[in-house]
Design a protein. Structure first.
Length: 85
């Protein structure tokens, strides 16, 4: 498991009717990984406790798929992003 990096990586952005949801991945070191959802830069919800980065990214991908089923559009058209530097 990685040491705590204190940063969050952008995973995806989705939009619908002028609203925007941003999903970010956060590394909590030995406590694992967490994805967080933000609407208009305000924390909306999240889920943590993933042992591996890939598991958190897959879970966040499923969240995006659910948004898309409800009419949201991924702004960049691809998911998941490669790890940000």
């Amino acid at each position: 498991m990685s040491e705590y990096s204190g940063r969050s990586d952008l995973l995806w952005v989705a939009s619908k009717s002028g609203r925007r949801i941003t999903c970010r991945l956060r590394d909590h070191g030995r406590l694992g990984f967490e994805y967080r959802l933000f609407e208009a830069d305000h924390f909306h919800s999240g889920l943590g406790g993933f042992d591996r980065r890939e598991s958190a990214v897959q879970a966040a991908s499923k969240v995006l798929q659910t948004f898309e089923l409800h009419g949201w559009t991924s702004l960049d058209g691809k998911y998941p992003h490669s790890k940000a530097s």
